[in-house]
Design a protein around this ligand. Structure first.
Ligand code: MIG
Length: 663
């Protein structure tokens, strides 16, 4: 049961695709203060609050305040209140049942979840459609929500293969070396990512003529080895006379404009740049059509970056800051004067005041960026997806984005941005997965091993042991860090084994992902959703993966294992080399589980089975005819398996196979 209430004049985000009429009467559950734009609801002692997608802190979001305003800031610590994405759906669950609430707004919103007052949830949002959802239980509420926002993006099956990335692969030779590194080490891989260095001076839709003289040839050589190249696309377009993307966009008015009607100039990688107005349907169509150059070279997947949008500076603010610095030149600066200089320079990047200075031409008229900020990454990704639909309608492309908002889940997946090589970020990766799924994002993953800072061999191994369960499984790191490829470390066997397990799990992961997309279910669920009356099921470091599994990664350095809580009897599966494993039924309760660095241990739920393939060197060599089933059942049990290459949208209808596994 869903009811919609409108406050102010919300911008049409197109997050919800079902037509839901406004409800009559006052909104229940929340006390509404129309002047303060607040929605307040009491929290009982036992209430837990789930959701908000990509955010800091716990699976249960209670006890902190969160801000929905997409932000490019790579230092992800507990004090943060917003990350790269905005996902305004939450569920409040307690002893008297649960309800869901979606605050559909393109602008800034705040969620104070028992932070100011421990017993109060207070949301602040100005122009917003609020959807209140009642249901039988949390899963039912989520399913209803997912139905109104439309089916989640399904990637091609190869996108579930392992991918290697790094900012700093400069040229074709670097890419070939990575492919060779994996091949020589006999480790599986399906994709290698191209970061900004493949472009000519960071110009979107160009390829550097010396570094990558023949991208098409490189892509086809790689494909022959089962490897896909996945280039990055940045949001901003370089200002440069003679650069066709800039010239066309300028001539047609396709860039965001300042109050003077001229393209608004910001600074990003290529220096002075302009922002494609992806909120204008014509501009969106035009920007998307540029992906063609790379598609024509045989590229089948992309990652969209810097689309919060991230701004190093705006031209106006930079010049003002440089003036202040120039005035200070040669003077003996007292502290106040010195602070004036550092603050002018230090507040250039991603300055919210700049968002107030440029505009979009949308179907409902001209709007200021500040009021629709959260929709930028969503619509940049939509631009690409809508073009793919025109380029080859039946083909599934890999597409994921850094910034997003609910609605974008229909067009692509996300990675969770610039994490760091910290153990705490391994755990944060786990905690974010359920909330991302609640908000429609199924194809998700974090930079495995950590993006910022130097990783360690054990951190990467432990992180991969979690990453083998996430649909997007990519090892990525930033410029200047130590080598992070799996073959760069000493314990080659351990890496080979863990990557191999990923490939054995792909038939299961793919099937679960597709079922969750089609049915509006969550692939990653907190234990509390399944075992609502068990207080211990509120654990924050174990989650369910699909219908059959519970995972409990090790996330502390030098730990020989960890404590695991079993809400019911479960079968412990300890993966050995390849698709070989040992199994042991453990009774409900607490257990200390030893997990060596080269092992993966997970649990199979009672009444369930798990299909396992033989490890393969890439997804195209996976043999789904030779699956074995791990089982914990006392009667014949059916498993719904999605088979096939997973390359075409039309193949889905005939790809569901019901397999009966004998007890
Ligand atoms: O300002 O393209 O999150 O994955 O490697 C940094 C370079 C820009 C940020 C992305 C990261 C990528 C990096 N980008």
């Amino acid at each position: 049961m869903i009811k919609k209430y409108r406050f102010g004049k919300p911008f049409p985000t197109e997050a919800v695709i079902e037509n839901i009429p406004e409800a009559q009467g006052a909104m229940p559950r929340f006390a509404v203060d129309k002047n303060a734009h607040t929605f307040t609801c009491p929290l009982a002692k036992e209430d837990r609050v789930y959701g908000l997608g990509e955010q800091v802190r716990g699976i249960n979001k209670r006890g902190w305040h969160y801000v929905s305003y997409n932000e490019d800031d790579p230092i992800i610590t507990e004090k943060r209140t917003s990350l790269y994405a905005t996902h305004n759906f939450l569920v409040v669950a307690g002893e008297k049942g649960a309800f869901g609430a979606f605050f559909d707004s393109a602008a800034k919103a705040e969620f104070d979840i028992g932070y100011t007052h421990a017993d109060e949830l207070k949301i602040t949002a100005i122009d917003v459609d609020v959807y209140l959802i009642d249901g039988e239980n949390i899963d039912d509420i989520v399913r209803q929500f997912r139905k109104i926002i439309g089916q989640s993006y399904i990637p091609p099956k190869w996108a579930l293969g392992f991918g290697q990335s790094r900012w700093g692969y400069k040229c074709e030779e670097d890419i070939r070396a990575v492919a060779k590194g994996y091949r020589d080490a006999n480790m599986p891989i399906d994709s290698i990512y191209l970061d900004i260095d493949y472009m000519e001076r960071y110009k979107d839709f160009t390829v550097h003529p010396e570094r990558y003289p023949d991208l098409k040839g490189l892509a086809s050589d790689m494909r022959a080895e089962g490897i896909h190249l996945v280039p990055i696309i940045d949001a901003a377009v370089k200002v440069e006379d003679g650069y066709s993307v800039y010239e066309e966009g300028k001539a047609n008015g396709y860039f965001c404009k300042g109050a003077d009607g001229e393209p608004y100039v910001v600074g990003v990688w290529p220096g002075e740049s302009v922002l494609p107005d992806v909120l204008s349907p014509e501009a969106r169509k035009w920007f998307g059509s540029h992906y063609k150059v790379l598609l024509d070279d045989g590229i089948e997947g992309f990652w969209n970056d810097m689309n919060e949008p991230a701004l190093f500076y705006s031209k106006g603010r930079l010049h003002a800051a440089l003036e202040i610095a120039a005035e200070a030149r040669g003077r003996n600066l007292v502290l106040e004067d010195f602070n004036k200089v550092t603050s002018a320079i230090g507040t250039l990047a991603n300055n919210i005041n700049d968002y107030k200075e440029f505009y979009h031409e949308t179907p409902v008229g001209r709007v200021c960026h500040a009021d629709v900020h959260n929709l930028y990454g969503y619509n940049m990704t939509r631009a690409a997806a809508e073009y793919f639909e025109r380029y080859e309608p039946d083909k599934r492309f890999l597409l994921f984005s850094r910034s997003s908002c609910i609605g974008m889940h229909r067009y692509g997946g996300i990675w969770t941005g610039d994490n760091a090589s910290w153990w705490s970020h391994l755990l944060l990766n786990l905690k974010m997965l359920p909330s991302l799924n609640m908000c429609g994002f199924l194809f998700v993953g974090a930079d495995l091993g950590g993006f910022g800072d130097n990783t360690t061999e054990d951190l990467l191994l432990r992180w991969l042991a979690l990453g083998i369960f996430t649909p997007l499984m990519r090892n990525h790191t930033t410029l200047g860090t130590r080598n992070q490829e799996c073959y760069a470390f000493g314990q080659k066997d351990a890496f080979r084994r863990i990557l191999g397990i990923r490939y054995s799990l792909i038939p299961y992961l793919y099937s679960e992902l597709v079922k969750c997309a089609v049915r509006g279910d969550m692939m990653f669920r907190p234990l509390a959703f399944e075992y609502p009356s068990d207080k211990r099921a509120t654990v924050e470091d174990q989650i369910l993966v699909g219908e059959s599994l519970m995972i409990c990664p090790v996330y502390e350095q030098n730990a020989a294992g960890r404590y695991v809580y079993l809400p019911e009897d479960m079968k412990m599966i300890r993966m050995l080399a390849g698709d070989d494993y040992t199994e042991e039924v453990l009774p409900a309760g607490d257990h200390y589980i030893e997990v060596a660095l080269d092992e993966v241990v997970f649990f199979l739920r009672k009444g369930h089975v798990l299909p396992l393939a033989k490890p393969a060197k890439n997804t195209s060599e996976l043999d789904e005819k030779a699956l074995q089933y791990v089982k914990y059942i006392d009667r014949d049990t059916e498993y719904e398996l999605y088979v096939g290459k997973g390359e075409k949208k039309s193949e889905l209808a005939g790809a569901l196979k019901k397999v009966t596994v004998k007890a």
